[in-house]
Design a protein around this ligand. Structure first.
Ligand code: PLP
Length: 377
């Protein structure tokens, strides 16, 4: 049996979500006029209502996409195509699905500028203020970081951006389902979501769009999703996302309490491992995430050791695993390279228990013992 402690990479499909998807895996194109098509259209409409109710928005504001990556790309490119090229501000700790498209816009005459973060990984409103100039048009700062779980002051950042007429986007992929989420409270014009981080299926997400905002599509064709995302809808996945959103709305408080308890228990037990350091420890963080460093032991070594013990975690973000660079998030926080290389991320879900934490700590003690001759030189 695997103790799965990697929910920020992806989370298990909720049984109720699976049930909601099953009737729509088969035939039915929402654009078809006949009854089979109408049934599929009804499922997409119902899911849109579930997502809209969860976030407190109108259904017309929810654009289904293939996931968080596409939502982030659509947000940045979609706005960039409607205005004169200028400056685009992104925090230094964004997910690659924001950083890479932001960089790519430079080919169209945009200038990407990075907002620095403090040693806890937070982009402060003053840093945004300093970075703003007359030609700043877009700002993108994530709600919660996928690696450290550190929360950003998005509402404050959005307030600054709005006073200067800057379009604010927030990637709420990791926040969603773990903490209360109302679109209006974020102050953002655009907000990205991904279903598989909240016990929904992979390959579906959404971009939530301010009613007054103009956006150009990145995928053109049949005109689905108000023309903002052409392509036959992934009906089963969208139905699953709708169900996952409703469950998140109803059960988020219990999930939070459960995972927060495990997070705090893990942090207290990490004290047994001399030198273990929680990263971003002084910042507000997601209830389910702990990123810690075991100095002297490479994160990949820890990950593989834990895997052999049936425990699934990440070293840095899943996207960094296998690459030779330390996490850009930790580098931006000014974390020393050797500490960054030893970082491991644990992210809990509702299916985890204290026994999983006990197993993890026991396996880390074993690793420490095995590595001791190397550590002492
Ligand atoms: N944004 C953040 C913060 C993420 O953690 C991820 C996935 O790890 C994504 C975006 C991409 O989402 P998706 O996997 O749905 O493309």
């Amino acid at each position: 049996m695997t103790a799965y402690l990697d929910h920020n990479a992806t989370s298990p499909l909720d049984e109720r979500v699976r049930e909601a998807m099953l009737p729509f895996l088969d035939c039915g194109n929402p654009s078809s006029v006949h009854r089979v098509g109408r049934a599929a259209r009804g499922a997409v409409g119902a899911a849109r209502e579930q997502v809209a109710a969860w976030l407190g928005v109108q259904t017309s504001q929810v654009i289904f996409t293939s996931g968080g990556t596409e939502a982030n790309n659509l947000a940045l490119s979609g706005v960039a195509q409607t205005v004169q090229p200028g400056r685009l501000l992104v925090s230094a700790v964004e997910h690659p699905s924001v950083l890479v498209p932001a960089k790519a816009l430079e080919r169209d005459g945009w200038e990407t500028q990075t907002i620095a973060v403090d040693d806890q990984g937070r982009a402060q409103p003053e840093s945004l203020m300093d970075g703003l100039s007359a030609d700043t048009r877009i700002c993108s700062v994530m709600a919660a970081n996928n690696e450290t779980g550190v929360l950003q002051p998005v509402a404050e950042l959005a307030a600054v951006a709005r006073t200067r007429g800057v379009v604010m986007h927030t990637d709420a992929v990791q926040w969603a389902g773990k903490l209360p989420l109302r679109f209006a409270d974020t102050g953002a014009h655009l907000l990205s979501l991904s279903a598989h981080k909240l016990n929904g299926p992979k390959g579906v997400g959404a971009l939530v769009v301010d009613k007054a905002l103009d956006l150009e599509p990145i995928l053109r064709g049949g005109g689905q999703e108000r023309g903002l995302r052409s392509g036959t809808e992934n009906v089963a996945a969208i139905a699953g996302f709708g169900c996952a959103a409703e469950l998140a709305a109803n059960e988020q408080a219990q999930r939070r309490a459960h995972t927060e308890g495990l997070r705090d228990y893990l942090i207290s037990r990490l004290a047994e491992l001399h030198g273990a350091k929680v990263l971003g420890a002084d910042a507000e963080r997601l209830p389910n995430t702990v990123m810690f460093a075991l100095p002297g032991i490479d994160g990949e070594t820890t990950l593989l050791h834990l895997d052999r013990h049936g425990i699934a975690v990440s070293s840095g973000s899943a996207c960094h695993s296998g690459s030779g660079d330390p996490s850009h998030v930790l580098v931006a926080m000014g974390v020393a390279r050797e500490v960054a290389f030893s970082a491991v991320r644990v992210s809990f879900g509702v299916g985890n228990s204290r026994a999983d934490v006990d197993g993890l700590i026991a396996a880390l003690h074993t690793l420490r013992k095995r590595m001791a001759p190397l550590l002492t030189g």
